[in-house]
Write a protein that binds this ligand. Structure first.
Ligand SMILES: Cc1ncc(COP(=O)(O)O)c(C=O)c1O
Length: 356
């Protein structure tokens, strides 16, 4: 099998879903699997979680159709809805549920006659100012949708937090208050992973976990395992060469690393062409045979160079872990100046996802 690989631990997915169920025992679960299941492989993740969730959430029409074509028959919500007649008709044909967040979508529903009417969620803008109707318009929107022949049912009201990863955040509490204040008798959904964990009062009728399903912490200063989650993706590769270099030898593009003494340098088959962040700080750790070793020099498209002085017995073919089992992705994201969401989403298609 080719290297690198993204190993996908399906038992860990189940474990993390169980944690969601334990933390939100009274809520239905919308498993968020957009962006190719946060880079883990949308169909594989869906197949693995389907028995334990009540619905899936994706961002785009193509993601929903992809799931349907691969035999996923449970409810699927298009979180960004649709923006034209053809897409609306496709969504209806594939029995996808729409999030209606903008007047243009409402008008489309009123104009288009759908042979198979569609079920919708209504999105409320409680302050994030990305998607959603202002709270004062929601009654009118609901009335219009109820009178629309293309709408089969209104499943519920949805909103989204801007800062749920911050503890005791006043803006989060304000958003929740605005949402709770709406006097409309429909099921509600607000909480993402962070809110499920630290704002249990926001769990309501449906929760929408994404990141925590993949075993990753939504908080800056903790790792998934510290939250009793299990990491799902391990990005793994192998040493494909070892160079025995001398004091003053230069390593990699731009010769940014100069050997301070004679030393072994390991070459890993992994690079920014696989989604490893090129701008990550030097000396970021990788695991070679279970031991931490630092990255040196520039990240190339297909290769990364490692200082193997602490692992002099490492040999070509030895396994290398970039993140996942034994090396928390939160730590790598921090060193790359980004968030773990971005790292998992940007693992490129040439890296096979291998189910464990
Ligand atoms: C509307 C919506 N709900 C839920 C989620 C899941 O969020 P998280 O991955 O932080 O749990 C997302 C992700 O961005 C989202 O856009």
């Amino acid at each position: 099998m080719d290297y690198p690989q993204a190993l996908i631990d399906t038992a860990a997915l189940q474990h993390n879903l169980n944690i969601v169920r334990k933390k939100a025992p009274h809520s239905k679960v919308i498993g968020i699997i957009k962006a190719d299941g946060y880079g883990h492989g949308i169909v594989e993740v869906a197949k693995s979680l389907i028995k334990g969730v009540d619905s899936f959430g994706v961002a785009r029409l193509q993601e929903g159709i992809h799931l349907r074509q691969d035999g996923i028959h449970c409810p699927i919500i298009l979180l960004s809805g649709i923006s034209n007649k053809a897409d609306l008709e496709h969504a209806a044909t594939h029995n996808l549920n729409l999030v209606i967040h903008h007047i243009t979508q409402l008008e489309l529903l009123q104009q288009v006659v759908l042979p198979n009417p569609i079920s919708v969620w209504v999105k409320v803008d409680t302050g994030m100012h990305r998607l959603g109707f202002p709270p004062q318009q929601i009654h009118e929107v609901i009335t219009l949708l109820r009178n629309c022949s293309s709408v089969l049912s209104i499943i519920g009201l949805m909103s989204h937090f801007a800062n749920a990863d911050k503890f005791s955040d006043s803006f989060t509490l304000t958003q929740l208050e605005i949402f709770n204040h709406l006097k409309i008798n429909l099921p509600r959904s607000f909480a993402n992973s962070a809110a499920i964990m630290i704002y249990p009062q926001s769990q309501l009728d449906w929760v929408r976990p994404g990141l925590m399903l993949y075993g990753i912490s939504p908080f800056k200063d903790s790792t998934g395992s510290e939250l009793n989650l299990k990491s799902v993706m391990t990005l793994k590769s192998r040493l494909i060469a070892i160079q025995h270099l001398h004091t003053g030898d230069k390593v990699g593009y731009d010769s940014t690393w100069i050997c301070p003494k004679s030393m072994p340098v390991g070459i890993v088959a992994l690079g920014y062409g696989d989604g490893y962040p090129r701008h990550i700080q030097n000396e970021t750790p990788m695991l070679v045979n279970g031991a931490f070793v630092p990255i040196i020099g520039r990240i190339s498209m297909d290769m990364i160079t490692l200082d193997l002085r602490t692992q002099p017995n490492a040999t070509v073919g030895d396994p290398v872990i970039a993140w996942g089992a034994g090396l928390p992705i939160e730590r790598i994201a921090h060193r790359a100046g980004t968030i773990p969401y971005e790292l998992v989403c940007q693992v490129t298609p040439r890296v096979p996802r291998v189910l464990l």
